[in-house]
Write a protein that binds this ligand. Structure first.
Ligand code: AOF
Ligand code: ZN
Length: 356
């Protein structure tokens, strides 16, 4: 199952609304087929692993991170395929909350005389399937808050000019890990303060990965995102979304409408939202399962106050930022009591802590 979970991680963030499931088929102590849900979500993992195993699937054990599907969706049910291939045993980590499946996949297998075992490495599999599971059960994406802070708890320097706010806090290993996390996410979000101060690109730049970049979201109540920013200029290549307030709540409706048309002409999506809950609901409807909140302090604070953070990734660099620093809303010592520490790692000179 550990191998199946690692297999399933390979297409995180690449399978659209479908979960990235891993499947490993074992016969006589040897792996005879293994697969991950294909990019864009289909074919599912099991049918690909069965195709690789061929006749060797007869009497074999299939390890699957998510309950095999039972519905006739865009592809025929994986549970039927496992029965047809003659596997003797199916080991599942997590049952599928999709109302079209939810236990029916297991019933099909057991009804055909297959030995079914569930709950194996369930916590580990839930960690990887968190996006899919959260969208299915809470109708919102799974939210990871990422913060990089200096040794003295600062997340950046107050930028003097737009585009000059970015300071390097962490080293190359931590930055590469953040790139990987971006690649595994369906969307990345920043506040308008960060968008203006840092002029970030928010794309995935991993060599040799062929990843699509996630949707880029700016919390931009008054539509202040500069037309010359990298986020706007690149909006035709990588989707950009401005989540704004309802125009009626502003006195200067005319300039708001002008900004809206200009942004839309540049290819930016503009969504009026009432609050963060509303934004996340709308994102879930569009099939966004995992969201990474990348800053700054105000956006992080808003998500924490709304109790919309599922996972926290804290990176702490070895250097201090003196003088005009922006204090982090969180540091390893003041994580809300609802979170549990999951792991620590040293990434070069930077310390990484994860909380859930
Ligand atoms: C599996 N194996 O690899 C995946 C599954 O739109 P469809 O027809 O592709 O169905 C999507 C649903 O299939 C999804 O909500 C989830 O229940 C299941 N995903 N199931 O047996 C897989 N990715
Ligand atoms: Zn399936």
């Amino acid at each position: 199952m550990g191998a199946a979970i690692r297999m399933g991680r390979r297409h995180l963030g690449q399978t659209l609304t479908n979960p990235s499931v891993g499947c490993v088929i074992v016969a006589d102590g040897k792996i005879v087929g293994s697969a991950v849900t294909a990019r864009s979500g289909r074919p599912h993992a099991e049918v690909q692993a069965l195709a690789l195993a061929g006749e060797r699937a007869r009497g074999a054990t299939a390890y699957v991170t998510l309950e095999p599907c039972s519905h006739h969706g865009k592809t025929p049910p994986c549970a039927d395929a496992l029965v047809k291939a003659g596997v003797a045993r199916v080991v599942v980590a997590v049952t599928d909350p999709d109302p079209r499946v939810s236990g029916r996949g297991l019933l099909i297998l057991a009804g055909a005389g297959i030995e079914v075992v569930t709950g194996v490495l369930e916590q580990e599999a839930r960690y990887s399937l968190a996006g899919y599971l959260t969208r299915q059960t809470k109708q919102r994406p799974h939210v990871t808050l990422k913060l990089a802070l200096s040794r003295n708890g600062m997340i950046g320097r107050l930028g003097t000019k737009p585009g000059e706010g970015q300071v390097a806090i962490t080293g190359p290993i931590a930055r590469a890990q953040v790139q990987l996390l971006r690649a595994e996410s369906d969307a990345i979000l920043v506040g308008i303060g960060t968008a203006k101060a840092d002029d970030p690109e928010l794309t995935v730049r991993l060599s040799g990965q062929g990843h699509r970049s996630p949707l880029r979201i700016v919390l931009d109540r008054r539509l202040e995102l500069p037309l010359g920013s990298k986020l706007v200029r690149g909006a035709r290549t990588v989707q950009t979304l401005c989540a704004c307030g309802e125009p009626s709540t502003f006195t200067c409706t005319e300039s708001f409408e002008q900004s809206r048309s200009a942004l839309q002409d540049a290819g930016v999506h503009v969504w009026p939202v009432t609050d963060l809950h509303d934004l996340l609901r709308q994102l879930a409807v569009q099939g966004i399962s995992s969201l990474m909140v990348e800053g700054g302090a105000a956006a992080a604070d808003a998500f924490l106050k709304a109790c919309l953070v599922d996972r926290i990734h804290l990176y702490q660099g070895p250097d201090e930022i003196s003088g005009d620093g922006v204090a982090s809303p969180l540091d390893p010592a003041n994580i809300p009591g609802t979170f549990r520490h999951r792991r620590s790692l040293m990434l070069g000179a930077d310390r990484f802590d994860e909380f859930e």
